[in-house]
Design a protein around this ligand. Structure first.
Ligand SMILES: Cc1ncc(COP(=O)(O)O)c(C=O)c1O
Length: 496
């Protein structure tokens, strides 16, 4: 009997509840040992602000961000050694260009000598946003940029240019519909209402894929299409904040009708077919530790509407980052991108990556922890309003900050408050906090870095705190309440 004939008699490897990772550890680093007391002392010193906590002291998982925290592949480390550090037009630049054309489409990377520069490399995502919104800020007053959910630095880069960022979260996200698969969508009715009255004030519409601020939730192809139809009607350019484009495509492939037979590349090509440009931080779905860019569609509405903008952006880039062919990145940084973009599109990579995050979230959900369901692509979000329901914690006590400080000091896992403190604002005239619509703590999962035990241990730690939530003290802000982007800088202490 042939062994292969037995395959159909046994459950398929695809149906096992846990599957082996599609990669193995090539090299590891042992952590240092610190006790809960060591961590508590250090947290006191850094004013309970987890951003200032030394990463060397993190004995659990570091879930502060999935950005730039990826473990690189052997191919990427090898490519890094093959870099050349020329000042202009180094080897990696041309490889990066090839990958951008292959991944996002032929319209997104002209060489500058064509006279139609449209690809601007930056060292991460936010300087690309800075470049884009600095140019747009010059175009007029009272401008509004709507999004399905602006990221915090995007919002800050918009505001600093005296433009109003506006979040049109989907109804399903606002109403906590736990069944809907594409809660990252933009609310189409709200967009229509805005444009009916104010289309002349909207220089572009922005879709963040996946929607990080909105719980890491994906955006459906149908929503992209609907937004594109409306923006086309009003002659307004459409942009992606494309940081997690491949994870978004995975959700479309798995959950949107009609896409099961399409591969990730086909879906990505279709998604990018709708936009006039995009900003991206390659630190997420570029699988690299540093890199970003702003890419405009050649002949697209944006460059046609604003014909001088490409030159202005290039001047900005040269002034702030360097020659367009390296854009603030070393030759070595650039070399890691093309391999990263190849890996990110692999089905086996994306299947494992997203299902790992989903398992992490589901295990917390099964423990009764109020996580945002369904689980999104890169992180598990805990709803802090539900978490503290029935306790004495009030919104102005910033329970999310207390929770992240306790998770780190007691169990060594670092998470990030993205809620009433990060997105809230202090009104000094009324001496009052203005609270945002959402109040989450996020545990973002770095790519290719952690194993199931790391995640399971974090889930258990969150559960232990949740079980004893009545014991969690409120915090008071001792520095930074009125500052922009205050969560990065503030200091707190526990109230007695
Ligand atoms: C959706 C989104 N946009 C933009 C950025 C900014 O990218 P970077 O951190 O590379 O500046 C981030 C970073 O986390 C993000 O998640």
């Amino acid at each position: 009997m042939k062994l292969s004939s037995l395959i159909s008699h046994f459950p398929s490897e695809n149906n096992l509840s846990t599957r082996a990772r599609p990669y193995f550890n090539h090299s590891v680093e042992f952590k240092k040992v610190f006790s809960a007391k060591d961590r508590a002392e250090m947290l006191g010193k850094v004013g309970l602000n987890v951003f200032f906590f030394p990463s060397e002291m993190i004995t659990g998982g570091d879930f502060l961000s999935d950005s730039g925290t990826t473990t690189m592949t052997n191919e990427q480390w090898a490519a890094l050694h093959l870099a050349d550090e020329a000042y202009g037009s180094n080897k990696g630049y041309f490889l990066l260009r090839k990958s951008i054309l292959e991944t996002f489409g032929n319209e997104f990377f002209n060489l500058p000598e064509t006279g139609r520069p449209n690809a601007f490399i930056f060292h991460q995502g936010r300087p690309s946003e800075d470049a884009l919104f600095s140019m747009i800020g010059r175009m007029g007053n009272d401008l509004i940029i709507p999004s399905n959910g602006h990221f915090d630095t995007t919002e800050a880069n918009i505001e600093v240019n005296r433009i109003t960022p506006l979040n049109l979260f989907s109804k399903e996200l606002r109403e906590a519909d736990n069944k809907f698969r594409f809660k990252g969508n933009m609310d189409i009715q709200l967009l229509k209402k805005l444009l009916q009255k104010n289309s002349n004030k909207v220089p572009l519409v922005y879709l963040t894929i996946t929607n990080n601020t909105g719980g890491g939730q994906p955006v459906s192809m149908n929503n992209i299409k609907e937004v594109a139809t409306i923006t086309k009607y009003y002659r307004i350019p459409l942009f992606f904040d494309a940081c997690r484009f491949a994870e978004n495509a995975w959700f479309i492939q798995n959950y949107e009708k009609g896409y099961q037979k399409k591969n990730i590349q086909e879906i990505v090509s279709e998604m990018f077919g709708f936009v006039d440009g995009f900003t991206i931080s390659f630190k997420k779905d570029g699988l690299v530790n540093m890199g970003g860019g702003l890419f405009l569609r050649d002949g697209g509405l944006f460059v046609r509407k604003y014909p001088h903008i490409s030159d202005d952006i290039m001047n900005f880039q040269i002034r702030t980052e360097g020659h367009p062919s390296y854009g603030g990145m070393s030759g070595r940084d650039i070399m890691t991108h093309s391999e990263g973009l190849k890996t990110i599109m692999k089905k086996e990579y994306l299947d494992f990556r997203i299902l790992q995050v989903v398992r992490f979230g589901k295990s917390m959900h099964e423990m009764g922890i109020p996580v945002i369901m369904p689980i999104g692509g890169h992180a598990v979000y805990i709803d802090m309003n539900k978490f503290f329901k029935g306790t004495k914690i009030k919104p102005e006590d910033f329970g999310g900050i207390s929770f992240t400080a306790m998770l780190l000091s007691l169990y060594g896992h670092r998470a990030c408050e993205l809620g009433y403190y990060a997105f809230g604002k202090y009104d000094p005239t009324k001496k009052k906090e203005i609270f945002p619509e959402i109040n989450f703590v996020r545990l973002a999962v770095p790519r290719l870095r952690y194993e199931t035990d790391d995640l399971q241990s974090a889930a258990e730690a969150v559960f232990n705190i949740y079980k004893n939530k009545d014991e969690i003290p409120p915090v008071e802000v001792i520095y930074g309440r009125e500052l922009p982007l205050r969560h990065f800088k503030s200091r707190f202490r526990f109230k007695d």
